[in-house]
Write a protein that binds this ligand. Structure first.
Ligand code: IPE
Length: 257
């Protein structure tokens, strides 16, 4: 069984509000189906969530009534994206079931306190593909919080039978320097003490990759194979799920793993 995070930067155009990359989403859904592997699919929000979440300053919780409108709108929009993902998976021959975080996770002071893992397990047992996503959720201290897909990935990493966690992004993996810089080298493997990993975590090159690396290592610590791959290149997700060699960055907990 595999955990797959379809990043918002892959399945949406992050610069334009509520813009789906339908062709990419459909291809990735087909790749998951073609791999023949069991999976839980988590997707990010991309331009269906981040733009309004920022305008409504939802990340740090309640500051004023005016934010509730943004809470509602972001929840509505990420559900719309979720429906697109469900349709793509159904068309690819899978049997997805939607598990919205607002209905099965609770946060406290910005930290996930509860997630209903049993729901994921039971749906898998009856042959369904659980699908969850980045959402706005309840927070016992701050009224609400942003639950990212990366949080859900690490929260589910203690599930039985888990072989790998694949973070599907719009870059080949983790680079030694910014991938936009000429000659930046892709790193095949990084460790928690790798200079590049700690540098990226410290300097927060992009919020996205920092969180991914942090949550990725929390999964790797449990002995699960963790990969960051490029979903814009056809075939990589399917190969990753089949355990074949591909271009990407593996996050390893220990040097002798
Ligand atoms: C963000 O989820 C959720 C909201 C903004 C509501 P993610 O952090 O998983 O989304 P991406 O992958 O960065 O788009």
């Amino acid at each position: 069984m595999h955990l797959i995070k379809l990043g918002g930067s892959v399945i949406t155009d992050k610069s334009r509000e509520k813009t789906l990359r339908k062709d990419v989403l459909e291809r990735l859904a087909k790749e998951i189906a073609a791999s023949g592997e069991k999976a839980i699919v988590i997707h990010g929000a991309g331009s269906f969530g981040h733009i309004l979440a920022k305008k409504g300053r939802l990340k740090n919780g309640f500051q004023g009534e005016w934010q509730l409108e943004y809470f509602s709108k972001v929840q509505r929009d990420v559900r719309q994206l979720n429906l697109y993902v469900l349709s793509a998976l159904i068309d690819a021959g899978l049997r997805p079931v939607s598990l919205p975080p607002s209905m099965m996770t609770i946060y406290r002071d910005g930290v996930m306190e509860h997630i209903s893992k049993e729901l994921f397990e039971l749906y898998m047992q009856i042959g369904m593909t659980p699908v969850s996503f980045g959402d706005v959720v309840l927070d016992k201290e701050r009224a609400f919080a942003i639950c990212s897909g990366d949080h859900i990935m690490s929260a589910l990493s203690s599930m039985k039978g888990l072989e790998s966690a694949v973070f599907v992004t719009d870059v080949n993996g983790v680079y030694e320097r910014s991938p936009n810089e000429e000659g930046a080298k892709l790193l095949d493997v990084i460790y928690p003490d790798s200079e590049i990993a700690s540098k990226m975590v410290r300097e927060d090159v992009t919020g996205g990759i920092k969180e991914k690396i942090r949550h990725g290592f929390m999964i790797a610590e449990k002995g699960i194979k963790v990969m960051i791959i490029n979903g814009l290149v056809p075939g990589r997700l399917e190969k990753a799920l089949k355990g074949e060699e591909i271009i990407g960055t593996e996050l390893r907990w220990k040097k002798d793993d």
